[in-house]
Design a binder for this molecule. Structure first.
Ligand SMILES: [Zn+2]
Length: 468
């Protein structure tokens, strides 16, 4: 019916324009007319078009709730507004709410030939490199938004540009209330012992094993081998449910490694501890991508925390997640976060992401969060200082999205990234020299311990009453 109406309207438009006027148009009126016709044509496939929009509202939690309730997700947040993706019906909802917005681009929802990418440009030089090949649709500080063909990813990798592919699927609009702990950290002797049980030797041994796969790049056989090895290590820990859920990417089907410890009081309230285990290097075939610091270190941290506390009992559920395909656009964590957020009843309480946690022997960690995660930065900072003496450099309201935590930001969860430094990181990342021997495992120990301390402060183990 609608189609018929549009067809009639198109005919009416054509017949009601005198041919002389139609063909005599030039300059501004012609452009307007062309745009009008183009719009009419597009209206016919109205529900197949995705609109990439910048919603120009203030950077705060209530704005985020609004976006999540109308679009289901957002990709990026800054003082200029929120970047998100909608179809026509959702776009109309934004317009009905009278929210000021800019349409940055339109694209068919089923178009797999091109995709939107957020690209991290660390310097002016990076920006120049990027813009020599692509024209950004949007730019803010270190972030550029482009639309490119997946095969052009190689250009980004070769130039060491970090990127994230925007999830173009439409998620169900759902706002989960961000949880906030007003807890002040008091040192608990039981937690203190657990924290101290994480040791540099075990962490280093895991990093060495991961390094020995030579490459864990998504298309390398080492990736699958590492997937199996990690799953088998988690499976050795009593009472964890281990799964390797698959997802697809441009590189084929692959798996995350997910180990779940079910909570006993609030099983639907979930804490996530994560770190990606895939690696990359800027070399042509990526056959040598040892990825010790990036991110054997974070994956080792996740496994070690699971080993130390997996056998205990907890009020809330803890998910230990080694993510895959981070290096090709955060694809594994996006698939995981999207699924978790869409599960009825689940509340994601907090996410701890470790990525590159052992470059040099110092006592500093950079802690990165967005506006829904500032409380979590504070919890981490206090727990780290109380239990390990590690000093945090907090980056509140940051636009640093280039690791798996941002997949959780996108669905409205509180998530932090702990990283060895920002902006200074290991000079060896994404190279054949990213080896354990070029790291300082002592920092890896402190950062892993601190994440464990923060997790246990929020979700303390249920201690069995000793029999009298
Ligand atoms: Zn990484």
């Amino acid at each position: 019916m609608k189609k018929l109406f549009l067809l009639l309207l198109t005919i009416v438009v054509f017949v009601s324009f005198p041919a002389s006027l139609l063909f005599g148009l030039s300059g501004e009126p012609k452009r307007e007319f062309d745009e009008f016709i183009r719009n009419l044509r597009e209206e016919k496939r109205i529900d197949q078009i995705g609109y990439l929009i910048l919603v120009q509202i203030p950077l705060k939690k209530s704005s985020e709730d609004k976006i999540l309730s109308l679009a289901g997700k957002f990709f990026y947040a800054c003082e200029e507004g929120y970047l998100t993706h909608v179809n026509y019906a959702r776009l109309q909802k934004f317009q009905k709410e009278k929210l000021s917005l800019k349409i940055l681009d339109k694209k068919r929802l089923d178009d797999r030939k091109e995709a939107w990418y957020l690209v991290w440009t660390n310097s002016l030089e990076d920006e120049k490199t990027l813009e020599a090949k692509f024209e950004p649709l949007f730019k803010h500080q270190h972030t550029s938004l482009i639309r490119i063909k997946p095969e052009d990813e190689d250009y980004l990798l070769e130039n060491k540009l970090r990127y994230s592919i925007l999830e173009e699927e439409l998620l169900p609009p759902k706002v989960s209330k961000p949880f906030e702990s007003g807890k002040t950290i008091k040192v608990d002797p039981f937690i203190k012992d657990l924290v101290a049980s994480v040791t540099v030797q075990m962490l280093a041994s895991t990093v060495q094993t991961l390094e020995d796969f030579k490459s864990r790049y998504v298309s390398d056989p080492g990736n699958l081998a590492a997937t199996h090895w990690l799953a088998s290590e988690f499976a050795k820990i009593p009472s964890l449910e281990v799964a390797t859920p698959t997802f697809s990417s441009y590189s084929g089907t692959m798996s995350n490694v997910i180990a779940t410890k079910k909570g006993e009081k609030e099983p639907d309230s979930v804490y996530v501890v994560c770190g990606h285990f895939d690696s990359t290097s800027s070399g042509k075939d990526r056959k040598i991508a040892p990825g010790a610091d990036d991110n054997g270190s974070g994956a080792a941290g996740v496994l070690e925390i699971a080993r130390q506390i997996g056998r205990l009992r907890f009020p809330c559920t803890i998910i230990f997640a080694c993510m895959n395909a981070e290096e090709i656009g955060l694809i594994g964590s996006k698939a995981f976060a999207k699924k978790l957020a869409a599960t009825t009843g689940i509340q994601i309480k907090a996410v701890f992401n470790m990525d590159m946690i052992g470059d040099k022997d110092d006592n500093q960690v950079a802690v990165i969060g967005n506006s829904r995660s500032n409380w979590l930065i504070d919890v981490f900072k206090d727990a780290a200082s109380a239990y390990t003496g590690l000093q945090s450099t907090p980056l509140y309201n940051s636009n640093i999205w280039y690791s798996d935590h941002s997949s959780f930001w996108n669905v409205g969860a509180s998530a932090i990234l702990t990283i060895e430094g920002y902006p200074e990181m290991s000079p060896y990342y994404h190279s054949s020299k990213d080896l354990l021997k070029n790291m300082a495992p002592s920092l890896m120990e402190k950062i892993t311990r601190s994440n464990l301390a923060a997790l246990l402060s929020l979700n303390p183990p249920i201690v069995a009453k000793t029999a009298k």
